[in-house]
Design a protein around this ligand. Structure first.
Ligand SMILES: NC(=O)c1ccc[n+]([C@@H]2O[C@H](COP(=O)([O-])OP(=O)(O)OC[C@H]3O[C@@H](n4cnc5c(N)ncnc54)[C@H](OP(=O)(O)O)[C@@H]3O)[C@@H](O)[C@H]2O)c1
Length: 317
């Protein structure tokens, strides 16, 4: 197949590109700064020659968007919104204008679209979208608004010959440098991987191999459309999540952090505490109902596998 990945230069794109190329597919990445073979330039906002790559392709997987690992200042939130809405819109325009449109458009979304919640997991049918929770900082609704607007562009696009799926993905855990697993692992190895603000908030995650397998499953299953949660079936409280990560690295202790310490740390890392404190309890209702079997359903074993692969990456050959 020919698979086009707008925004495929980041962490998730690296995972997909590696696996889909190894599986024998032709992968074309759209980037604002293309470098090297397999990358084509675009601006993420306007139609251009890049649309020729979409025409005649089999699958488009749009990942483009300003990184969410930043302070949620008004300017950054606006850039997070605009980059997602505009790139999804223009991908839809390219598909609509194609003489031979792709059979499938997988549009990245996020598990963050669901409400901050402890008591029960969110699946696609019974899950509650976020934005109205009474006891969270008001600005947390902004990331829900962004995800909702992102999915709205997918729904609105007039692409009658192209199946559309929104990937409500949890954190994709891969051993790659700079990815979320790498960042959390560094904290754990420094002894800082303890519970944050009590650690009762749920962490949803998905192992990179299962993420790729789920994408392949969605490509193959021509009957599936609409939102699909991409998350391992066993999200767990942050304190248990970090305990398992420490154990994967052989680190006995992790200092607990209070909410204000998390605020300081997030400020120092130019990140936002919403990423640490929002309870994301999201499960893959549709994938499981449709018969998808996870290779890495439980975090302790998944973390051990990822740490093993990360060690292999770090050791000189
Ligand atoms: N990582 C996760 O675990 C995870 C989980 C759920 C959802 N997501 C979502 O999935 C997508 C990919 O995640 P990722 O971690 O791979 O993100 P990433 O590393 O930040 O990569 C996203 C890519 O989007 C492009 N981009 C950035 N700003 C842009 C803009 N203003 N206009 C157009 N393109 C822009 C960049 O490519 P160029 O600079 O080459 O143009 C960048 O490589 C993101 O939208 C993210 O929110 C990620």
């Amino acid at each position: 197949m020919k698979i086009v990945i707008p925004g495929g230069t980041g962490q998730v794109g690296t995972v997909l590109r590696r696996a889909l190329t190894a599986a024998g597919h032709e992968v074309v990445v759209l980037s604002r700064r293309p470098s090297g073979p397999g990358e084509t330039g675009w601006d993420g906002r306007t139609l251009g020659a890049w649309a020729g790559q979409v025409d005649g392709s089999d699958v488009v997987i749009n990942l483009a968007g300003r990184s969410v690992s930043c302070r949620y200042t008004p300017a950054n939130l606006q850039a997070m919104m605009d980059s997602r809405v505009e790139s999804a819109r223009v991908v839809g325009e390219a598909i609509a204008a194609a003489g031979r449109p792709p059979a499938l458009w997988l549009q990245m979304s996020t598990a963050t679209i669901y409400a901050h919640r402890f008591d029960a997991p969110h699946d696609e049918d019974t899950g509650v979208l976020g934005g109205r929770e009474p006891d969270v900082p008001g600005y947390w609704s902004r990331s829900v608004d962004i995800a909702t607007a992102w999915e709205r562009e997918l729904e609105r696009a007039a692409t009658p010959h192209t199946r559309k799926v929104a990937l409500r993905s949890a954190m994709v855990m891969s051993p790659d440098r700079g990815g979320v697993f790498d960042v959390l692992s560094r904290l754990a190895r420094l002894g800082l991987g303890g519970p944050v603000a009590g650690g009762a908030q749920y962490v949803s995650w998905i192992h990179d191999h299962d993420f790729v397998r789920a994408v392949e499953f969605l490509i193959a299953r021509e009957d599936l459309a609409g939102p699909v949660n991409l998350a391992a079936p066993a999200p767990l409280p942050q304190r248990a999540f970090m305990r398992a990560l420490r154990s994967a690295w052989g680190v006995p202790v992790g200092l607990p952090a209070t909410r204000w310490m998390a605020e300081l740390g997030a400020f120092a890392l130019r990140s936002d505490t919403e990423l640490l404190l929002k309870s994301r309890r999201v499960v893959p209702g549709r994938l499981l109902a449709e018969g998808f079997a996870f290779d890495h359903p439980h975090w302790p074993l998944a973390a051990a596998d990822l740490a093993h692969r990360a060690r292999g990456r770090r050791e000189p050959k």
